[in-house]
Design a protein around this ligand. Structure first.
Ligand code: MN
Ligand code: ZN
Length: 343
């Protein structure tokens, strides 16, 4: 069967690989749609320390169950599903306190084991979530990026009426805007340096956008909040140098959510953290957020279509990778269609 394989950093392409064998407790899925993510690009660039090569990447995907392994009762052949990429051990400390997404033995589908850019893939049955009839397989491939947004917002424990400042209006910034809206937030500011991205953020529900090239974000936010600062700040720009500004802009008792993978250190001033009793939270992948996101999409509360900039065939995937590299401003979510999306 055909799969998109990263053989080594910067060496990638479609390859013929062996059909996977379904193990007890697993299901084999015919993949329908798979989204290309920034973290797939990190793997291609050799910037993900967890990856062993060769690797079939892809952790945002949907499909149809083709075969069920021994002992699987929750799913049957023909079920339409999307896949939570988080596989945890269930016994380590984070698993015991219900934080399986930071399991000490964490296995991420598409990172630690082969993923969704493949005509077929085997996954633990408990990672495959059945879709409501009203939800398309193409939209189902975008559940995972929305779980990133829900996870970080959940970690920040929003109170009713809290205002939110989002750094970055890429795909994750845009899922954050929509998720914040769906959770009832109404005062949402987004900052970025690309006007096209900021227009998208406004169209999807941001109440205000600030282009950091044109305005002083810190002074503007300070003025808008009468000096109080912002209770909720998310870093979806993932630029370490922004951290001191976020800490200065957070209101007393504020919460800052971090999503970046950068290894460059950021400065923190103890006094600002302590004086305002700030909470800094990291957020990795998602902690059992698939059911809620599926429900939000099925009930029309998230504008999934607006996130998709390109739909391509599997054969076009290597050239799509080049497009994302060379024109990041032209791409949002690039969705790959596999198996002719099952006709
Ligand atoms: Mn992703
Ligand atoms: Zn564990």
């Amino acid at each position: 069967m055909k799969a998109f394989q990263v053989r080594a950093p910067f060496e990638f392409g479609l390859a013929q690989v062996d059909m996977p064998q379904v193990a007890p407790g697993e299901v084999k899925v015919d993949v329908a749609y798979a989204g290309i993510c920034g973290s797939d690009m990190h793997i291609i660039h050799g910037q993900n320390a967890f990856v062993r090569f060769p690797r079939v990447t892809g952790h945002e995907f949907s499909g149809v169950v083709r075969e069920v392994g021994e002992g699987v009762e929750s799913l049957k052949v023909g079920d339409r599903v999307c896949i939570d990429p988080v596989i945890s051990c269930g016994t380590c400390y984070p698993c015991r306190i219900n934080r399986p997404n930071v399991c000490t033995q964490l296995q991420v589908i598409g990172v630690h084991r082969d993923g969704g850019f493949s005509e077929q893939v085997c996954v633990p049955a408990e990672n495959a979530h059945r879709l409501p009839d009203s939800m398309s397989l193409s939209h189902a491939a975008l559940v995972e990026p929305y779980t990133i947004a829900l996870n970080v917002l959940d970690r920040m424990q929003p109170h009713p009426g809290d205002s939110l400042l989002i750094y970055g209006a890429g795909v994750i910034g845009l899922t954050l805007v929509q998720m914040a809206r769906a959770l009832g937030m109404t005062d949402i500011t987004v900052t970025d340096v690309l006007d096209t991205r900021l227009e998208a953020a406004r169209a999807l529900g941001a109440s205000r956008t600030l282009n950091g090239k044109d305005v002083d974000v810190e002074a503007t936010m300070r003025e808008l909040t009468q000096g109080e600062g912002v209770p909720l700040i998310v870093d979806a720009a993932c630029i370490p140098a922004l951290m001191p500004q976020m800490v200065r802009l957070a209101s007393p008792a504020g919460r800052i959510g971090l999503l970046g993978f950068n290894t460059v250190p950021s400065d923190l001033v103890q006094l600002e953290m302590i004086k305002k009793e700030l909470t800094l939270v990291g957020s990795r992948l998602n902690n059992r957020k698939f059911p809620k996101v599926i429900e939000l999409i099925a009930s029309g509360k998230l504008q999934v279509r607006e996130l998709i900039s390109h739909r391509i065939s599997f054969d076009e995937m290597p050239s799509a990778i080049d497009l994302i590299e060379s024109h990041p401003e032209q791409t949002r979510k690039v969705l790959v269609e596999l198996n002719g999306a099952l006709q």
